[in-house]
Design a protein around this ligand. Sequence first.
Ligand SMILES: Cc1cc2nc3c(=O)[nH]c(=O)nc-3n(C[C@H](O)[C@H](O)[C@H](O)COP(=O)(O)O)c2cc1C
Length: 190
Amino acid sequence: MELKEAIDARRAYRSFDPDPVPETLVHDVMERVRLAPSCFNNQPWRFVFVRSAGPLAAVKAALSRGNAWAQAAPMIVAVLSRRDLDCVTESPDRPAREYFLFDTGMATAYLQLLLTEAGLVAHPIAGYSESTAAEAVGAPEGMSVVSLVIVGRRSAEPSPLLSEKQRAGELVRPQRRPADELACIDRYPA
Ligand SMILES: Cc1cc2nc3c(=O)[nH]c(=O)nc-3n(C[C@H](O)[C@H](O)[C@H](O)COP(=O)(O)O)c2cc1C
């Protein structure tokens, strides 16, 4: 699969088969996400690939009610980071630029595309109890659980745990804003 195909194929699907994610794939992804860029090569992301029954159940206990569909997934990747692991750039007349979430997001995009290329769904979520998730993965004090990425093979059958809206989202990608609203050439539009 070419990169463009992986970008087109990536979707936040919510229906999963229970088949485990192969361990060789997990190790391949662990190696490759290391190549993501970061400020001063600080590499502020930490990923916990949760795939054994006990730890997985503990992370799933953190899911919000709206994310009940993720109970069926065979793997969850907890994405962790902390402000002091990366650049903080001060300017006198601008808010400080804190790069830990930016760089962690880039590495997480690599992770999603690698898993998509391997034929899996990798769906990041923000809807969970952070304290429960942090406890489940043993996050060190002060480390944020920035996202949980729900991973598994897409089921042909829509999950019975989906709301009507979520069911519709399995069939059609949520709309995007037009490209010229999000990006421009040479100067921000007046
Ligand atoms: C930071 C972040 C948080 C998200 N949180 C949730 C969530 O809690 N529950 C959910 O079902 N989807 C969540 N999503 C998925 C988005 O809703 C989805 O990516 C978006 O609607 C676009 O759909 P697509 O990824 O299929 O193109 C989240 C995505 C991101 C990047």
